[in-house]
Ligand binder design. Structure first.
Ligand SMILES: [Zn+2]
Length: 77
C-alpha cells in the first residue's frame, strides 16, 4: 500500500481513472503510482510511459494476469 507522510499534499479525487484496471503494456494516461489489483505490487510511472509488461512480476497461475490501477496521480503544473 502506498505510503505518505504529509497528507496535506494529497487531494482526494473521484475521477474514473482510479477505477479502471489496465493491462500490462498499456500507455499510462496519467503519471503516478499504480498498484497491481491482484497482488498489491506498486510501481511509479512517468508521464508518457507504458505500464510494465506481463513479466514484470510473477503471479501464481490461480491469481491470473497482472492488472494495474492508478493509486496516486501526479499533477504537473
Ligand atoms: Zn501483481
Amino acid at each position: 500500500m502506498a505510503l505518505y507522510k504529509h497528507g496535506h499534499h494529497l487531494t482526494q479525487s473521484h475521477h474514473e481513472a482510479f477505477d479502471t484496471p489496465l493491462t500490462p503494456g498499456t500507455l499510462a494516461a496519467y503519471p503516478g503510482v499504480y498498484r497491481c489489483i491482484v497482488c498489491g505490487d506498486e510501481i511509479g510511472i512517468a508521464k508518457g510511459h507504458a505500464l510494465p509488461p506481463q513479466n514484470h512480476h510473477q503471479h501464481a497461475v490461480s491469481q491470473g494476469p497482472i492488472r494495474w490501477q492508478l493509486t496516486v496521480c501526479a499533477v504537473q503544473r
